[in-house]
Design a binder for this molecule. Structure first.
Ligand code: ATP
Ligand code: MG
Length: 194
């Protein structure tokens, strides 16, 4: 069992976060909550790296399609007019493609964040996936208003400022994928570790 303070999560500042000048603001919010940045880098991802970052299993891909369908139904939009189908297993791959093109459209910032329940706490600081739904005081709620209704009309992914791992297992996988053998640092934060 790891010590509770040692839980790691993976965070990536997405193109809209970088281009809105939010790098410092995002890191500040994690540090303010006594979370520790233990690895950090700006980089230009390749198409292949992003393609391998997002899950490729049919369940995950169909889930993307289902989210789109739910939004269209909720707002009374015509799914077939935009996608030529209402089959979520066909819509999912289309949304995934938009996501990959969006993620390679500018340099990103990747980091490993450490601390008590870091996976859940970082997702709470990030807010709901859909910025129009995200609470004020969260990163997505304070800095974006994007929605799938708008994004899908414009044939693009929802721009929601950051990516963060959903579970400790996903975090371990993503840290290995993005940092490989690069060092994850260990240091003591004043007031947190001593
Ligand atoms: P992330 O994995 O980026 O931290 P998340 O876990 O909250 O976000 P996922 O369900 O894993 O959300 O979706 C991955 C990303 O795909 C979202 O962050 C968003 O950018 C995009 N996305 C999700 N659903 C849709 C949709 N219906 N239409 C367009 N883009 C979407
Ligand atoms: Mg996710």
């Amino acid at each position: 069992m790891k010590h509770p303070k040692e839980e790691l999560t993976y965070v990536m500042i997405k193109p809209d976060g970088v281009r809105k000048g939010l790098i410092g603001e995002i890191i500040r919010r994690f540090e303010q909550r006594d979370l520790k940045i233990v690895a950090l880098e700006m980089f230009q991802p390749t198409h292949e790296q992003i393609d391998n970052h997002y899950p490729k299993n049919p369940e995950w891909i169909t889930r993307l399609g289902e989210k789109t369908k739910t939004t269209y139904e909720k707002y009374g939009y015509d799914l077939v007019a935009d996608f030529d189908t209402d089959d979520t297993s066909k819509i999912g791959p289309e949304v995934r493609k938009w996501l990959v093109s969006y993620m390679v459209s500018s340099p990103l910032v990747k980091m490993v964040v450490q601390g008590v329940h870091s996976v859940d706490v970082v997702r709470k600081i990030a807010g709901d996936t859909m910025p129009y739904k995200a609470d004020m005081g969260t990163i997505r709620g304070d800095f974006s208003i994007d929605s799938p209704a708008l994004a899908n009309k414009e044939k693009r992914a929802v721009m929601n400022v950051i990516h963060c791992s959903e579970t400790p297992e996903e975090a371990a996988h993503e840290i290995k994928h993005w940092f490989g053998d690069v060092e994850i640092y260990s240091y003591k934060r004043f007031g947190v570790d001593e």
